[in-house]
Ligand binder design. Structure first.
Ligand code: SRM
Ligand code: SF4
Length: 565
C-alpha cells in the first residue's frame, strides 16, 4: 500500500463525500439561474460521462457583455468495442439533432461524443440514450473508461473473442453505484438504495482515469502501447491462445514540466483467456492502492510504475493474482491505422470502413438512410472512423449505392486517411490551439507537396492535438503536432507506423507556414532517399533528421533541457 504522507488532492475529498458519485447533481440540474453546476458536481458528472464546457468562440464577447459563459455540456457514450446497432445509431443521431449541436463526434476511444447540450436538455438527452439501451456511465472520471478493442467482432472468430474480452472487462469494472440511474433516469433516489461500498474501487475510486485496450495483431488500431493496461491477443489456429499483458502506457504531459511525459507500455508477461479479466481487476487494484492521490499530474499508472519500478509492480501483481504471468509470447504489428473500403469476413458478410475526417459526422443523411435499412452494425474505430459491419452479401449492393449517392466513399490521400485530430476549440476547455478545425487545411497544403513528389497515395501518419494532453495520441504518429498557443505547435517526428515507438521533438513553436516548409523538405528527401518499403518515421531517424531514442519507452528523457520545455 502507498505510504504517502502528502495531503490528498481536492478531488479525493469530493469523491469520498459524494455518496458514491451523487453529490448535489440532481439539485443542480433544477437550478435555472445558471447554465452551470457547482464546482464539485462538475467533477462528479465526469463519472457519469458528462462534462461541463463552454463555447470558447463566444467567451470574449460574453465577457465584454458581463454575461455568464455560454455553458454547454458534452456527453460521452460508453460503448465497449465501439459497436452500435442501426437503431442505436438512429437514436444517437436524434439526440444530437434534438438536444445537441446536430453533429456526432466519433472519438479516439471508439465512442460518440455529443456536444453543445444545454443544461435544461441534459436529462432528456441521457434518457433518450437510455431508451436506446445506451449509457454514459464511466465514460469519463477516475474509473476504468470505455474498453476499446480491435475492430470488428464479425470479421473472424478471433475478432469476436477479442471484442468479447473488451465487453467482459468493461462489465466487470463498471462501478456498482446506482447514482447514474437515479440522477438521469429515475429522477429520484430509491429509499435505501445508497451503496455501502464499491467492491473493486472503494469510496474514492481510482487516483485518476484508467484505460484498457485489447489488440489483435497484426493491426494495432487500438494503439495498445498508449494504455494503462493493454492485452495483445496471441492467435493460434484461428483461436485466441491468450494475451500478452502491457502496462504503464499513457500520452498526457504538460509543456515545460519534464517530470510529466508520455510513455509506451511494457510487455510484462502472458495470461490465458480465462485469466484476462482477473488480470485486469488486479492491475486496477494495484494502481488503486499505489497510485499518487496527492498530485493528479502524476496519478496515472505510468508514473506508479516509474516510481515503484517494473519488477516491484510485477511482484505486487503476481501476489494479488496468486499466480505468475508466464513469459510473453511473440507478436508483430504492421500498422496502427484503419484500412478503408470493403472487406469480406470469414462468414461471408461484408464490412466497409468509411473515412470520417477527424471523427466529426456533420452530414447525417447518408448514414441515416443506411441505418434505416436495419441491417448490420455501426462500429466506431479508435481512429475516429466508422465501419458498416456485418452486411449480408445480398444487401451489399444496396449499401454501396447509398454510400455513393451520399458521397461517403470519396477517395482521400494517404496522409489524410491517416490523420487524427482531437476536438480542441471551441469546446475543449484545455485547448491552447486549434486542432480539429485546422488539421484538414494543413493536410491540404501538405497534399500539394506530396503530389509534386509522388507520395500522394503513400500512407503516412499525422496526428494533431490542441494541447499536450495527447487525446489523438500524437506522440505515436510519424508526424505529431501539439498545440502551444494559438496558431503555434511543436512538431514531432519519427514515430513508428505500427504505434510501437514514440516520435521526438523536431521543431519547437512553429506556425503553419513553418510546418509546411519543414515537412515539405523532409517529404522531398523521403521521396528521393527512402529504401524500398521504408516508412517515413523510420526514414526520419535513419536519415539523421532526429536522433534515435536512447531512453526506452519514456519520452523526453534523452532530449536536451532546451528542447524539453
Ligand atoms: Fe482526452 C481531457 C477529448 C482521448 C488524454 N479529453 C479531455 C477533455 C475531456 C478535456 C477536459 O478534461 O476538459 C477533452 C474533451 C474535448 C471536447 O470538447 O470534446 C478530451 N480525449 C478527448 C477525445 C474526444 C479526443 C478525440 O478527438 O477523439 C477522446 C475521447 C476518448 C473517449 O471516447 O473516451 C480523448 N484523451 C484521449 C486519449 C487517447 C486514448 O485514450 O487512447 C488520451 C491519451 C491517452 C492517455 O489517457 O494517456 C487522452 N484527455 C487526455 C488527458 C491527459 C491525461 C493525462 O494522463 O495526463 C486529458 C486531461 C486530463 O485528464 O486532465 C484529457
Ligand atoms: Fe482538449 Fe488537449 Fe485533449 Fe485536444 S488534446 S481534446 S486540446 S485536452
Amino acid at each position: 500500500m502507498s505510504t504517502d504522507v502528502r495531503p490528498p488532492s481536492a478531488n479525493e475529498a469530493i469523491k469520498a463525500n459524494s455518496r458514491f458519485l451523487r453529490g448535489t447533481i440532481a439539485d443542480g440540474l433544477t437550478r435555472a439561474e445558471t447554465g452551470s453546476l457547482s464546482d464539485d458536481d462538475q467533477q462528479l458528472t465526469k463519472f457519469h460521462g458528462i462534462y461541463l464546457q463552454d463555447d470558447r468562440d463566444l467567451r470574449a464577447e460574453r465577457g465584454r457583455k458581463k454575461m455568464e459563459k455560454a455553458f454547454i455540456f458534452m456527453a460521452r457514450l460508453r460503448v465497449p468495442g465501439g459497436v452500435l446497432t442501426p437503431a442505436q445509431w438512429l437514436a444517437a443521431e436524434m439526440i444530437a439533432c434534438e438536444r445537441g449541436n446536430g453533429t456526432l463526434r466519433l472519438t479516439t476511444r471508439q465512442t460518440i461524443q455529443f456536444h453543445g447540450i444545454i443544461k435544461s436538455n441534459l436529462r432528456q438527452a441521457i434518457r433518450g440514450l437510455h431508451d436506446a439501451l445506451l449509457d454514459t456511465i464511466s465514460a469519463c472520471g477516475d474509473v476504468n473508461r470505455n474498453v476499446i478493442a480491435r475492430v470488428n467482432p464479425w470479421q473472424s472468430r478471433a475478432h469476436g473473442e477479442v471484442a468479447g474480452l473488451a465487453q467482459a472487462i468493461g462489465a466487470h469494472l463498471l462501478p456498482k453505484s446506482r447514482a447514474w440511474h437515479e440522477i438521469w433516469i429515475d429522477g429520484e433516489q430509491i429509499a435505501g438504495s445508497e451503496e455501502q461500498d464499491e467492491p473493486i474501487y472503494g469510496r474514492t475510486y481510482m487516483p485518476r482515469k484508467f484505460k484498457i485496450a485489447v489488440a489483435l495483431p497484426p493491426h494495432n488500431d487500438v494503439d495498445v502501447f498508449a494504455h494503462d493496461l493493454g492485452f495483445i491477443a496471441i492467435e493460434e489456429g484461428g483461436r485466441i491462445a491468450g494475451y500478452d499483458v502491457v502496462v504503464g502506457g499513457g500520452m498526457g504531459m504538460t509543456h515545460g514540466e519534464p517530470d510529466t511525459f508520455p510513455r509506451t507500455g511494457d510487455v510484462i508477461g502472458f495470461c490465458s483467456p480465462e485469466q484476462a479479466v482477473d488480470v485486469a481487476e488486479k492491475v486496477v487494484t494495484v494502481q488503486r492502492d499505489f497510485g499518487d492521490r496527492s498530485d493528479r499530474k502524476h496519478a496515472r499508472l505510468k508514473y506508479t510504475i516509474e516510481r515503484m519500478g517494473l519488477d516491484a509492480f510485477r511482484a505486487e501483481l503476481d501476489q494479488r493474482l496468486g499466480y505468475a504471468l508466464t513469459p510473453a509470447r511473440s507478436f508483430a504489428f504492421t500498422d496502427n491505422g484503419d484500412r478503408l473500403g470493403w472487406v469480406q469476413g470469414d462468414n461471408g458478410a461484408w464490412h466497409c470502413t468509411l473515412f470520417v475526417e477527424n471523427g466529426r459526422v456533420r452530414e447525417l443523411a447518408g448514414l441515416h438512410a443506411i441505418a434505416e435499412l436495419g441491417i448490420g452494425r455501426f462500429i466506431i474505430t479508435p481512429n475516429q472512423n466508422l465501419v458498416l459491419a456485418d452486411i449480408p452479401p445480398d444487401r451489399k449492393q444496396e449499401v454501396t449505392m447509398l454510400l455513393e449517392q451520399h458521397g461517403l466513399v470519396a477517395p482521400v490521400s494517404g496522409l489524410r486517411r491517416n490523420a487524427l485530430a482531437c476536438v480542441a476549440l471551441p469546446t475543449c476547455g484545455l485547448a491552447l490551439a486549434e486542432s480539429e478545425r485546422y488539421l484538414p487545411d494543413l493536410v491540404t497544403r501538405l497534399e500539394d507537396e506530396l503530389e509534386r513528389v509522388g507520395l500522394a497515395q503513400d500512407d503516412i501518419t499525422i496526428r494533431m492535438t490542441g494541447c499536450p494532453n495527447g487525446c489523438a495520441r500524437p506522440y505515436l504518429a510519424e508526424i505529431g503536432l501539439v498545440g502551444r498557443s494559438p496558431g503555434i505547435y511543436n512538431l514531432y517526428l519519427g514515430g513508428a507506423f505500427d504505434g510501437s515507438r514514440m516520435n521526438k521533438l523536431y521543431r519547437r513553436d512553429v506556425d503553419g507556414d513553418a510546418i509546411v516548409a519543414a515537412l515539405g523538405t523532409l517529404l522531398r528527401d523521403y521521396a528521393e532517399g527512402r529504401h524500398a518499403g521504408e516508412r517515413f518515421g523510420d526514414f526520419a531517424i535513419r536519415a539523421g533528421h532526429i536522433r534515435p531514442t536512447t531512453s526506452g519507452n519514456r519520452f523526453h528523457a534523452d532530449l536536451s533541457p532546451e528542447l524539453r520545455s
